[in-house]
Design a protein around this ligand. Structure first.
Ligand SMILES: Nc1ncnc2c1ncn2[C@@H]1O[C@H](COP(=O)(O)OP(=O)(O)O)[C@@H](O)[C@H]1O
Ligand SMILES: [Mg+2]
Length: 226
């Protein structure tokens, strides 16, 4: 049994008379602690696949099993738990809440269960520290550079200590140097034992991954162990 097993996964979007098989019968296993890159042209289904892995969407057919458990078997409840405790997601556009400070953005992601206001704040600060951003805790997103905003988003993704980080073109809005720093941070988090699955259109970025899979028209066309 692999850590993550994607089994004949399919997601078909139906809009009026247009049918789009965004993910079209994908099967692949992902090992615990792996750093996997997903590459492919725009529209090839990469984000759809990652959103399914993140429990943001449900498939038309097929399964994703985590430790042997089908993610979609328990309905909405199971997906909420998955999103809160098992995966952290990072997006190209950061997706921070603009009316909240960096610290508040991280705090909001912390699970509520029996933790005091002061503890939450301390934990959020520790997470910002981990991404090297403790000195920007009181800044609002508009007061942050792109690289800083992405680090806040990564701190937020780590809030509940997930085993898996899913990143959808995390360096897509960043200059090369800043992108490399974000990539180094993801690598470090991977070295700490987290499984990282990252979409990128940049072959140089994909190089640092242990394995790259390529998508085309909703299918996997290339399994390259590196
Ligand atoms: N919510 C949606 N409704 C209808 N079609 C969608 C939706 N999301 C994505 N698609 C279509 O699915 C295909 C794959 O999209 P996407 O997964 O975003 O590709 P990528 O991330 O590789 O650029 C595209 O043709 C896109 O137009
Ligand atoms: Mg995409």
């Amino acid at each position: 049994m692999s850590f993550i097993e994607i089994h004949h996964l399919q997601k078909i979007y139906q809009k009026a008379s247009v049918t789009v098989p965004a993910v079209n019968d994908i099967s692949v296993d992902i090992q615990k602690g792996e750093f996997l890159a997903i590459v492919g042209k725009s529209g090839s289904g990469k984000s759809t696949l990652l959103n399914l892995l993140g429990g943001l969407d449900t498939p038309t057919a097929g399964e994703i099993r985590f430790n042997g458990e089908n993610l979609f078997a328990e309905g909405k409840q199971g997906l909420v738990k998955h999103r809160r405790y098992r995966v952290g997601m990072v997006f190209q556009s950061f997706q921070l809440i603009s009316s909240q400070t960096a610290l508040e953005n991280v705090e909001l992601a912390l699970a509520f269960g029996g933790i005091s206001r002061a503890e939450r704040k301390a934990k959020a600060l520790a997470l910002l520290e981990q991404v090297g951003l403790a000195d920007r805790a009181d800044h609002y997103p508009t007061e942050l550079s792109g690289g800083e905003a992405q680090r806040v988003a990564i701190a937020r993704a780590l809030a509940n200590d997930p085993d898996i980080l899913l990143a959808d073109e995390p360096t897509g809005n960043l200059d090369t140097h800043t992108g490399e720093m974000i990539l180094a941070l993801l690598q470090e988090l991977n070295r700490q034992g987290r499984t990282v699955i990252m979409i990128t259109h940049d072959p140089d970025m994909a190089k640092i991954a242990e394995r790259t899979i390529r998508m085309q028209d909703g299918q996997l066309v290339d399994h390259r162990p590196t």
